[in-house]
Design a protein around this ligand. Structure first.
Ligand code: FAD
Ligand code: DLZ
Ligand code: SF4
Length: 507
């Protein structure tokens, strides 16, 4: 008797995903496929593809172990049709289901495909809500309705109240909503960075790694090591390690950067949360439990929870509210091509060299490296939003368009004209110098403002303000900067322009 065909995408690796909730083990077929189109629509980091394919294969096995029938297409299956729609066509022809059930995807382009499936296959297609999130797309749209500016902080407070997280009645625990001011410590050299836990590849992962090396050998990134959790038990262990060993320092050192230390006190959980191996709600619950047990201070717990119920939900809300047009804007008319060093790491700027080299090795960089090093440079050097967005989507194991795009287009590049961030996050070398030990190992001098030895962030910062004065001057939050700029002597302005011209031409 024909049953339901349940299509599970690579970032839906949760046995409780909505599309499996009413599964009938005797009639239904679960369908998963590795397809070249998904690996190639941008040329993802090799480690990212290996992570996802291995996690998919392990998940398929976990579903079979639960007694479900799973039809799984490997990338090197000779019959593999190469795309979601064409692979689904093969599955439909074979299974002849009475309906198809799928959870809504994380990317607009996939949703568009999904909407064509009913017409194409002649069977009903149920696209269900992805209720792994705290906030539905509709709930976010209702919140956004009628607001002039969408600010994360106000959305976050609603999420706190609505989900009764860190609340005492209607007041925030500790008397403040946000403890960010306690989360800006630099890291003294004697602070010991917790151990990084390595998850050793098993046979399935090794097989996938070989496949990726053969099929995607020319993609960005190294596969010399592979240390990610790829199963649900491993992901839960990673969560446990974070809570026990890193969480207490998470808040204090959240913004710090240190040469040779790519992970610091960060959780490294985003690839697993985004692909479904971990549920955001269980991660937040684990953090709250650690707080109740006295394992982590409030600044760490609040800071961490804010990233997940605040930022993560907020960027998803913005993505679905603004797509498909969101990526089209280019408020600052930035057009400079992405410099080659974003791929090679070969630059004299030590901060960028560190962040990019670590990205190549780990398919990971922590938030401040993404925001204040690679992101800040992209902003003040006027790099093309489309090229920068593609780079971020390629290089990180946690990157999917719903989360990458608002962070890049809105947060770092201000390309949406301030829809997401109230002002551009532009900064000179002083910030990087304060929060890291990178500058001490750099060929440039962070204390020099002009000339060939000066830190390029210093003059590019002012050059950015000069070039975008017309657009940014009226922004109240930029008033102080433009006040300083206006007081600068003409020869200083000329030096800034000349250094910037020389440097940008050399890129
Ligand atoms: P932690 O510091 O331990 O944070 C805990 C969790 O909070 C993360 O696992 C993540 O789920 C969530 N989180 C934190 N900040 C954000 C944020 N700004 N937006 C959404 N979730 C957040 N995150 C992605 O998951 N995918 C991306 O493609 C991505 N691209 C980014 C691009 C730029 C330019 C910037 C500035 C940030 C981006 N982020 C992205 C957000 C953030 O940098 C990563 O989530 C974080 O670095 C992941 O590492 P972690 O798990 O160790 O995070
Ligand atoms: C990122 C990715 C890659 C590289 N490959 C696959 C794949 O072969 N099969 C699959 O189901 N999913 C893959 N993904 C994740 C999808 O791109 C993701 O599910 C969609 O972009 C929707 O968020
Ligand atoms: Fe980066 Fe400038 Fe510091 Fe060099 S001096 S590490 S370029 S901020």
């Amino acid at each position: 008797m024909p049953g339901t065909l349940r299509f599970i995408l690579g970032d839906q690796l949760d046995t409780e995903i909505s599309s499996l909730r009413d599964v009938n083990a005797s009639n239904d077929v679960v369908f998963m496929c590795e397809v070249a189109d998904e690996a190639n629509y941008v040329r993802h980091h090799k480690q990212k593809i290996a992570f996802l394919f291995s996690a998919m294969r392990h998940h398929a096995q976990a579903l079979k172990d639960r007694g479900l029938t799973v039809r799984y297409t490997k990338l090197n299956d000779p019959e593999n049709a190469g795309s979601f729609t064409d692979e689904l066509a093969r599955a439909v022809a074979e299974v002849e289901p009475e309906r198809i059930v799928v959870t809504e995807p994380g990317e607009w382009r996939v949703l568009e495909d999904m909407r064509s499936w009913e017409g194409r296959f002649g069977v009903p297609v149920d696209i269900l809500d992805d209720d792994r999130f705290y906030c539905t797309r509709q709930r976010f749209a209702d919140w956004a309705q009628g607001r002039k500016a969408l600010r994360m902080e106000f959305f976050y407070r609603e999420m706190r109240r609505e989900n009764d997280i860190l609340m005492e009645g209607d007041k925030p625990v500790g008397g403040q909503w946000n403890f960010d001011k306690d989360n800006r410590e630099t890291m003294a050299s004697e602070v010991e960075v917790p151990a990084h836990h390595v998850f050793r590849p098993d046979e399935i992962t090794y097989e996938v790694i070989e496949l990726i090396k053969t099929r995607f050998g020319n993609h960005f990134g190294s596969l010399d090591k592979f240390e990610w959790p790829v199963t649900r038990p491993e992901a839960l262990r990673a969560l446990g390690f974070f809570i026990e060993e890193r969480f207490s320092g998470y808040g204090t050192y959240q913004d710090a950067m240190k040469q040779g230390e790519p992970f610091l006190f960060h959780s490294l959980l985003s690839p697993m949360i985004n692909c479904g191996l971990l549920r955001p709600k269980e991660v937040v619950d684990a953090a709250l439990e650690a707080y109740d047990d006295g394992k982590a201070p409030l600044n760490a717990v609040e800071g961490f929870v804010r990233q997940i119920i605040g930022w993560r939900e907020y960027v998803r809300g913005i993505y679905w509210l603004k797509m498909p047009d969101y990526k089209d804007s280019n408020e600052l008319s930035a057009t400079r091509p992405l410099p080659d060093f974003y791929w090679t790491g070969e630059t004299q700027m030590n901060c960028l060299r560190q962040a990019i080299t670590e990205t190549r090795e780990n398919a990971y960089a922590h938030h401040i490296q993404r925001l204040m090093v690679t992101g800040n440079f992209a902003l003040i050097a006027g790099l093309s939003p489309a090229e920068v967005e593609e780079w971020y989507l390629i290089v990180y194991a946690d990157a999917y368009e719903w989360v990458e795009l608002p962070n890049v287009h809105g947060m770092i590049l201000y390309a949406d004209g301030g829809y997401l961030a109230s002002k551009p996050y532009a900064s000179s070398g002083a910030y990087i110098n304060k929060m890291s030990d990178y500058c001490g190992n750099c060929s440039y001098s962070v204390s020099k403002k002009n000339g060939p030895k000066a830190c390029p962030f210093n003059y590019l910062y002012w050059n950015f303000l000069i070039e975008n004065e017309e657009t940014l001057r009226s922004n109240q939050r930029m008033g102080m900067m433009y006040g300083t700029l206006n007081r600068m002597k003409p020869d200083k302005i000329d030096a800034i322009k000349e250094d910037s011209r020389r440097f940008l031409e050399s890129l």
